[in-house]
Design a protein around this ligand. Structure first.
Ligand SMILES: [Zn+2]
Length: 65
């Protein structure tokens, strides 16, 4: 009984900790922390796709400076 309560207490603590300590989104490719909700990581990993599910054009040659 004691261990069950202890387990629940730990579980609750972990859930609360996860809720409050929201880690920054990390890139699964290079583990870089996502900065300012930027949709694309510097390594080219796309965090978000637009509504049409098309990958964001990255380094479009037509828009090269
Ligand atoms: Zn990355």
């Amino acid at each position: 009984m004691l261990y069950t309560t202890l387990f629940l207490a730990v579980l609750l603590f972990v859930i609360i900790a996860k809720y409050f300590v929201k880690p920054s989104e990390k890139c699964p490719e290079c583990s870089a922390i996502r900065v300012d909700d930027h949709p694309i990581c510097s390594c080219g990993w796309v965090f978000e796709y637009p509504d049409d599910d098309e990958p964001i054009e990255y380094g479009d040659p037509d828009e090269a400076l």
